[in-house]
Design a protein around this ligand. Structure first.
Ligand SMILES: Cc1cc2nc3c(=O)[nH]c(=O)nc-3n(C[C@H](O)[C@H](O)[C@H](O)COP(=O)(O)OP(=O)(O)OC[C@H]3O[C@@H](n4cnc5c(N)ncnc54)[C@H](O)[C@@H]3O)c2cc1C
Length: 291
């Protein structure tokens, strides 16, 4: 598909890692941030907007998404290092940035290597693992609003929490890029850290199935996976959606799941865990679109 072009009624299955969901009323594949600004500003790209990275944290309902879905991956792909500051556009994959940081002999990027999303998605979710989160390393971000205006914002304009980012002024803005700082170190050590982390993830996660990673947030002082497992739900299946036998916080698509199957399984899990443990699970994944 051509970049900077608006398509109508496009199936979104290939734009999310669960491989489910309906169609986008309109779909726009981002080419460059100024073309995006121009398109929004001249009303060629019409609201409401849904920005999507690699769709690795998204459940898109079977009824599809109204308005324009803006795909960042593949378009906003610039990445560079200047004066010890890393610049990465929203469409860059987390693994690409992690490797770029390590190759330039900077440390602590390994946590990003196994996150199968984009920098834009990671900024929106405050993605992280093994004790690190992306906003720990962010200095400033470049954002765009619903009018197509671009602004640079500093980290202290946001409240960043576990898998949650709130603009203090509640502005409706989307991420275009981030400027980040990582500590200087030794290339071989940084690259070895990435290899070790990827091996660890491969051993513990069902990475060969369509999934969106951790479905639920860990409740305070608990692990969602442990709670789900203790309720005997590992392997529980609705339609084509199954709670992974390898990692109970992952829901996998066995091949023919609908978004409805996945949402039913999510709701069933919440009900069962609440009934048995009195703890109410909340989703980490974002659910969008129409039934
Ligand atoms: C196998 C697997 C393992 C995973 N492991 C981890 C992990 O260890 N840690 C972790 O934190 N997550 C993990 N995830 C979840 C997911 O990869 C992250 O949340 C990731 O940051 C999402 O990025 P994305 O580009 O796919 O975002 P998407 O799924 O496309 O979008 C996620 C949310 O961000 C919004 N968004 C996307 N781009 C932008 C933008 N440019 N501006 C504003 N909003 C935007 C979307 O509208 C949506 O609300 C995993 C997922 C999978 C499938």
């Amino acid at each position: 598909m051509e970049k900077n072009t608006i398509y109508k009624d496009i199936a979104l299955k290939k734009y999310n890692s669960w491989k489910v969901g309906g169609a986008a009323e309109q779909l726009y594949i981002c080419a460059d941030k100024d073309l995006l600004s121009e398109g929004i500003n001249h009303k060629k790209i019409s609201p409401p907007f849904t920005f999507i990275g690699l769709g690795s944290n998204l459940l898109i309902r079977d009824g599809g998404v109204k308005g324009t879905v803006i795909i960042m991956h593949g378009g906003l792909s610039e990445i560079n290092l200047e004066n010890n500051l890393f610049y990465a556009e929203a469409g860059v994959s987390c693994s690409k940035l992690a490797k770029f940081i390590a190759r330039n002999s900077f440390m602590y990027s390994a946590f990003l290597a196994g996150i199968p999303g984009t920098i834009g998605g990671a900024l929106a979710m405050n993605a992280g693992c093994y004790g690190s989160e992306i906003w720990n390393f962010v200095e400033t971000v470049l954002v765009i609003n619903d009018k197509g205006e671009q602004f640079k914002r500093s980290k202290n304009e946001y409240i960043t929490q576990y898998r949650k980012v709130i603009n203090k002024k509640k502005l409706d803005e989307y991420f275009l890029a981030a400027y980040m700082q990582f500590p200087k170190g030794i290339r071989e050590e940084a690259e070895e850290d990435i290899r070790v982390l990827l091996k660890k993830r491969k051993e513990s996660q069902p990475l060969n199935w369509p999934t969106a990673g951790s479905t639920f947030r860990n409740p305070p002082n608990h692990f969602a996976a442990k709670l789900i497992e203790e309720c005997g739900l590992k392997g529980f299946t609705i339609g084509g959606a199954q709670i992974s036998k390898k990692h109970a916080n992952f829901i996998i698509n066995l091949g023919n799941a609908s978004a409805f199957d996945i949402e039913e399984l999510i709701n069933h899990t919440i009900t069962k865990v609440l009934e048995i443990t009195k703890i109410c699970l909340e989703t980490e994944i974002k659910i969008i679109g129409e039934y």
